[in-house]
Design a protein around this ligand. Structure first.
Ligand code: XIL
Length: 373
């Protein structure tokens, strides 16, 4: 080897280990695991895509290290699973379920019956014409029972059987005018039916009714309470209420969240937090960006609020009322809040930042001092 090559090689040997160590240190290593440092006995989950499960993906490392539960952000929805009549495609969903099973994580199924991300054929008969009530029932029943038969033995922790069925305007069942197609084709009984069909398909499955703003809107909360109370009185097998928990740094308060969990728990059902995130924008605000000062202030408020709210979850878990909190995404960069309610927005709603580093709210949730940047 020439002296020149020797110099290059020695240089490389000196540089390489340092480079690798630095790259690794900025990733999940040396950071306490979220799932082992929670303020109570509950699982912590994230909504993900199948790509996040690939070993080469940094998201995969974060999931394995920090989370004990997962759900699909989109690929367990009816438009992916049965995009046309009779053509079931479980490929994407199976990747997520298999990853959970392999990594000893709990896995939720979201969602069987919804008014969005549901293909148009479900409102039609086999002849392509508008479905009669009986045909619509058959479509929904076959869908629910085929999915659950496929999943049997694959350890699905809980199913969101019906999603977002309460109206934000009337606080009654979401109407056809508000997009509720099952309401239009089957009528209000579609909710009981969906739960009964799900239970028939798998009597051991844990069945959830899921909705948003239950923590912030007292009328909607009451409507959900009455709905589930009625279902239980009619003997409909509903096991849990899913509170989506898409909130922001302005509200609702930790006290309101506690109040809603306690209220639902009175019904003898478990409460699950199914889609948590905390936007840095007020709902009415339609801006796409915030300046650095506003961002930095938001991060401080967010950390305080996440801490208070997680303490409420911890208490509720200790009291046996709640046993899982799922975030709607892993990191700010992939959050749906960057597109909703304002397209092209930059939001910061989750515990990991755009570079996948833990944020101040991560440290406040686990009750540890944030290291200096
Ligand atoms: C959202 C996904 O995050 C988006 O990627 C998709 O484009 C639309 O749906 N409530 C729900 C979730 O129940 O299914 C929604 O997920 C967010 C609101």
């Amino acid at each position: 080897m020439s002296p020149f090559h020797k110099i290059i090689l020695t240089g490389l040997l000196m540089i390489t280990p340092i480079t690798i160590a630095t790259a690794k240190d900025s990733k999940p290593k040396n950071i306490p695991a979220l799932k082992d440092n929670l303020p109570g006995p509950f699982a912590v989950g994230a909504a993900i895509t199948p790509n996040d499960t690939y070993g080469s993906n940094d998201h995969c490392l974060i999931l394995q290290k920090h989370f004990s539960a997962i759900v699909a952000e989109n690929c367990m929805k009816p438009d992916t699973i049965e995009s046309s009549r009779g053509n079931f495609n479980f490929e994407q969903a199976d990747k997520i379920v298999d990853f959970a099973n392999k990594n000893n994580m709990r896995v939720r199924w979201h969602t069987l019956c919804w008014h969005q991300q549901t293909p148009a054929w479900m409102s039609r008969g086999a002849d392509g014409k508008d479905a009669t009530k009986e045909e619509a029932k058959e479509n929904l029943k076959t869908y629910i029972q085929t999915v659950m038969a496929h999943n049997k033995g694959r350890h699905i922790d809980s199913y969101d059987v019906v999603n977002e069925c309460i109206s934000d305007q009337t606080f009654e069942l979401r109407s056809e005018r508000e997009g509720a197609r099952w309401m239009a084709t089957i009528g209000p009984e579609y909710i009981d039916d969906a739960f009964i069909w799900a239970h028939e398909a798998d009597p051991d499955a844990f069945l959830v009714i899921n909705d948003y703003n239950l923590e912030s809107n007292v009328n909607k909360r009451k409507a959900m309470y009455e709905l589930v109370k009625g279902m239980k009185e009619r003997g409909v097998p509903v096991d849990g209420i899913g509170m989506q928990m898409h909130i922001d740094i302005y509200g609702p308060s930790a006290a309101e969240i506690k109040e809603s969990i306690d209220y639902f728990a009175e019904l003898g059902v478990k409460v699950l937090v199914t889609e948590m995130d905390m936007s840095c924008y007020k709902w009415e605000d339609r801006s796409r960006f915030m300046n650095k000062t506003a961002h930095d202030e938001a991060m401080v408020v967010q950390a305080d609020r996440y801490k208070e709210i997680f303490n409420v979850f911890g208490q509720a878990a200790k009291a046996g009322k709640l046993d899982m909190v799922v975030f709607w995404g892993i990191d700010d960069g992939n959050s749906w809040k960057n597109g909703f309610p304002v397209q092209g927005r930059t939001d910061y709603p989750l515990l990991f930042d755009y570079k996948l580093n833990p944020k101040s709210c991560f440290w406040s949730v686990i009750g540890k001092k944030e290291p200096k940047k």
